[in-house]
Design a protein around this ligand. Structure first.
Ligand code: BES
Ligand code: ZN
Length: 631
């Protein structure tokens, strides 16, 4: 950290002697440093934060469910280097009505052209500051804003009211908030949001007081995030939702029809927060609430501060998919507190979090479950390396843009096994102390791979020889798996692996299945022979109750196996699943197996997708579009 103070001091010094008053929220707020080293240069923003940067965002927005638009204003506090004349923001499809300074004077602005080869980047909004330290942008976000998904009442459990949620990561928020949309540029924020009654609004900030009735059928909700966060973590959801408290600082929101089962499923959350704090230090965000969204939500979960967003598809009735909650909670340290400065270092968020998740699972559910979940993660790495090749460039943790990152196996699972290997090599006690100081010393700041590596050398390894034994460079910058990898204990799945072998040999269906853990069932379904006849599939389903399961992870594996084998009997259920669930991790692979299943599968895929495409979030839709255009 000390090393970085010089370039940072430049901007902080400007902050200290700024005479322009800022909002009360911003004036006493922390200002996070930006990094200025080449490895921290974000190629996915138009912003030039060394010249001028946003430190606080104040939104005043109205949600219009009929038009599917969000309109109003964003007032930004800006910090400029002496002599800088303009500020560059990220926008995507926003209709900018006017830009003014703190006194209401118009400021000249230009909206650049989108790059033909990078439409996802959106367009730079360049504003001439004319000395202003506050700029206000009046704008409307388009109905097709890529961060926003507007659900029809039919897409909700209640069926009566529409629903809206946002998904900012990685670079989608510029489609509804004009600011500097980079994980390395942290900003505090506040918002006033109006919505039609009876909808409730939640955000990834702390709600301020009760909703204000505006007397015109609408209400205004106020939120505040007084800790600097990267803008991808600004999130909103609105719908017919209720709240249930879980513990003193935890709770869950969901549609009334879903709330009881949602609250039951996440009943261990307070314990998880306590476990996480014991491991790596205080939870610094105040409350930890969650919202269980309608099934169209494109991810399993999203770590929006103080308000984790969750898919309802993790609800299994037995808390067996609660690694998801542990994961999003862990991001309150890895990701939200210490954030990858650039998305090419996404493993700093996801890999460190996957390791942390596993430690929470071990604390709350015990060693056996944690070991089994780690073994599944390791199998995912091995399978991916087999598919893409152990030296494919996209299999390095640090992504330099030369290779596509391959699914979740690298950033998540290889990242997890990197930390696990370091932990097992130096011992848990030393490792935990190191990770805790990493979070403490970089709290509310961006970080890069190089910084983590240097920090391990300086603050973890006791000698150059020990540092060398960790193979840090290789883990982070080289493809494949380094030789020192600590593999999962083969005993974790010894019984299941024997059952897989017995089934493959003689078709013996394991009688023990009904007593197995969820991870054991997944291991079995993942590893049995992929080619099955209709009779064999029917027998598996009958014996194991696969199509009847309440666990969507298991149901997904069953549907994938069934569709890969052109099993007609699975089509109605697959069609129902694809018609309600929008979680990319489930639906993309199902379209994929259909699409590779010749005329049979392509016919079904085309018919189902014609009906479902409009109901998916843009990220899910784009993923499937890529699958289906490939012939
Ligand atoms: N931050 C991610 C979701 C994400 C990743 C959104 C990349 C956009 C781009 C979230 O924390 C996550 O990892 N979700 C997983 C959960 C799982 C690993 C337990 C998911 O959605 O499946
Ligand atoms: Zn994550």
């Amino acid at each position: 950290m000390r090393r970085l103070l010089a370039p940072v001091a430049l901007l902080l010094a400007t902050a200290a002697c700024s005479t322009v008053p800022t909002t009360p929220a911003a004036s006493d707020a922390m200002i996070s440093p930006i990094l200025t080293t080449p490895d921290a240069l974000d190629s996915q923003t138009h912003a030039r934060p060394q010249e001028a940067r946003v430190t606080h965002v104040a939104l005043d927005l109205a949600l219009d469910f009929a038009r599917k638009t969000v309109a109003g204003s964003a007032a930004l506090d800006v910090l400029v280097r002496p002599g800088a004349k303009e500020i560059v923001l990220d926008t995507k499809g926003l209709a900018i009505a006017r830009v003014t300074d703190g006194a209401g004077r118009a400021l000249p602005f230009t909206v650049g052209a989108p790059a033909a080869d990078k439409p996802e980047m959106g367009t730079p909004l360049t504003i001439a500051l004319n000395g202003a330290r506050k700029v206000r942008i009046d704008y409307t976000a388009p109905a097709d804003a890529s961060a926003l998904q507007w659900l029809s009442p039919e897409q909700t459990a209640g069926g009566e009211h529409p629903f809206l949620f946002s998904q900012g990561q990685a670079i989608l928020n510029r489609s509804w908030i004009p600011t500097q949309d980079s994980p390395g540029i942290r900003q505090t924020w506040e918002a006033r949001i109006t919505a039609p009654k009876p909808l409730d609004v939640v955000m990834s900030g702390v709600r301020q007081g009760e909703a204000e009735d505006l007397g015109d059928g609408r209400r205004a909700f106020r939120f505040m995030m007084d800790k600097p966060v990267p803008p991808y973590l600004i999130a909103i959801a609105a719908g017919d939702i209720d709240f249930q408290a879980l513990g003193p600082r935890t709770g869950v929101w969901a549609e009334p029809a879903v709330l009881p089962e949602a609250a039951r499923e996440v009943g261990d959350t307070e314990q998880m927060v306590a476990a996480a704090e014991r491991l790596y230090g205080p939870y610094r965000w105040g409350r930890y609430d969650m919202i269980v969204l309608p099934p169209a939500f494109p991810y399993g979960g999203m770590e929006n501060p103080v308000m984790t967003f969750l898919t309802p598809t993790f609800i299994a009735g037995d808390r067996s998919n609660n690694g998801l909650v542990a994961h999003e909670l862990a991001h309150s340290w890895s990701g939200n507190l210490v954030t990858n400065a650039v998305w090419g270092d996404g493993w700093l968020n996801e890999g460190v979090t996957s390791y942390f998740e596993n430690r929470i699972v071990e604390e709350v559910y015990g060693k056996k479950r944690a070991e089994q979940e780690a073994a599944l993660a390791f199998a995912n790495i091995e399978e991916t390396l087999r598919e893409v090749g152990a030296d494919a460039p996209g299999t390095a943790l640090h992504n330099d843009g030369k290779g596509e990152l391959v699914g979740s196996a690298i950033a998540y699972d290889k990242g997890h096994f990197f930390l696990r290997t370091v932990e097992r090599t130096v011992g848990r006690e030393r490792f935990d102390a190191w990770l805790r100081q990493w979070f403490d010393n970089h709290a509310f700041q961006p970080a890069t791979s190089r910084m983590l590596l240097d920090d391990m050398r300086a603050n973890l390894a006791r000698s150059p020889a020990e540092a060398a034994a960790l193979q840090l460079e290789e883990w982070i910058f080289a493809p494949g798996l380094p030789a020192n990898v600590v593999r999962p204990d083969p005993a974790a799945f010894a019984e299941v692996d024997a059952a897989v072998a017995a089934y493959a040999r003689g078709g013996t269906i394991p009688a023990a299945y009904s007593g197995w853990t969820s991870a054991e069932r997944m291991r079995f379904l993942d590893n049995i022979p992929k080619q099955r006849s209709a009779a064999q599939l029917a027998e598996l389903d009958r014996a194991l109750g696969l199509s009847q399961t309440r666990n969507n992870e298991i149901l997904f594996l069953w549907l994938e196996l069934a569709l890969a084998n052109r099993y007609d009997a699975a089509i109605p259920q697959a069609e129902r699943f694809l018609g309600t669930v929008g979680r990319g991790k489930f639906v993309r692979p199902l379209y994929e197996v259909l699409w590779s299943g010749g005329e049979w599968g392509q016919g079904h895929a085309t018919r189902i997708y014609a009906r479902t495409r409009d109901s998916y979030h843009t990220v899910t839709r784009e993923g499937i579009d890529r699958v289906m255009r490939r012939r």
